[in-house]
Design a protein around this ligand. Structure first.
Ligand code: AMP
Length: 289
């Protein structure tokens, strides 16, 4: 496994891949790897000839006062896990190399980024322009055939799909299912912040989404949302949002709709902000995870 630190090294790699006709898969991460990340790497390993994983805690997608300075990091452990999972090249640059003096460009997707996570009452739209700018840079510099993202960050996946289409990126954007702990909690690097008590309570987030799915199938979406929110409240968790949206547009879902609905939640558990979601087909009991 090769470890690259400089954007210039990435450009050399891109040129070489182009000459050799190598099919390239890119897995962008902020590190502190878990099974969710590994599922993306494994898919890339199975589908492409050269797997590139980026490891960069991107400062521009954190708001002032968020957890940038304490975000969990363990590069050595990440390198070992990545190599074992089949990564060929790690790109782990420094912030100064990614954003040198004079850096002045932002890539912004409108509309989709102004709701849910992008609502000013949550993280705000600046979060997503941080994400779309870094992902644009990575897509340009690596020029992958396929880039892999997780459904865990459903809105991020939607925004990146939109951006890739709007800006004519060549890469296919592949979105893979959320990997969960045994009790249903979505795997996340931020789960490391949870105390044992909070960790146990955090499982209620997935339980609430399943409750919404069940009650929606029986009594419709509005009742489903009420039941899901009540399940969270019973666990002493007050969500920032617990909303039903149209996948793809993120418009509010029509409660009578028979189409697939995205129910997304963000909730602080003992000060740790967790997100999760479920795709529900209102007229069927089957969900897509
Ligand atoms: P992060 O390191 O948290 O920025 O995540 C890097 C990529 O892994 C993103 O595309 C995430 O959506 C994806 N990811 C994070 N957690 C999970 C999970 N539990 N299951 C599947 N993918 C995930």
């Amino acid at each position: 496994m090769r470890i690259l630190r400089k954007p210039s090294e990435l450009l050399e790699l891109r040129e070489q891949n182009r000459r050799d006709g190598t099919v390239v898969g890119l897995v962008p991460t902020m590190g502190y790897l878990h099974e969710g990340h590994l599922s993306l790497i494994k898919a890339a390993r199975a589908e492409t000839g050269l797997v590139v994983m980026s490891l960069f805690v991107n400062p521009t997608q954190f708001r002032p006062g968020e957890d940038l300075s304490v975000y969990p990091r363990d590069e050595e452990r990440d390198f070992q896990m990545a190599e074992k999972a089949g990564v060929d090249v790690i790109y782990a640059p420094s912030p100064d190399d990614v954003y040198p003096d004079g850096f002045a460009t932002r890539v912004e997707v409108t509309g989709l980024t102004e709701v849910l996570e992008g609502d000013p009452a949550s993280r705000g739209p600046g979060h997503f322009s941080g994400v779309t700018t870094i992902v644009s840079k990575l897509l340009n510099a690596v020029d992958p055939d396929v880039a892999y993202f997780g459904q865990k960050d459903a809105q991020q996946a939607t925004v990146i799909r939109r951006m890739a289409e709007d800006l004519d990126f060549r890469a296919r954007i592949s979105i893979l299912p959320t990997v969960r702990e045994r009790d249903g909690l979505a795997m996340s690097s931020r789960n490391a912040y949870l105390s044992p008590e909070a960790r146990e309570r955090a499982a209620s987030i997935w339980a609430a989404l399943l409750e919404t799915e069940k009650v929606t199938a029986e009594s419709g979406l509005e009742a489903g949302l009420v039941a899901g929110r009540a399940r969270l409240e019973a666990a002493g968790i007050e969500p920032e949002y617990f909303d039903a949206r149209v996948p793809g547009t993120l418009d509010p879902a029509d409660p009578e709709s028979e189409e697939t609905v995205l129910v997304a939640v963000a909730a602080p558990v003992d000060g740790t902000r967790l997100i999760d979601n479920i795709l529900i087909e209102p007229r069927k009991t089957r969900s897509i995870r």
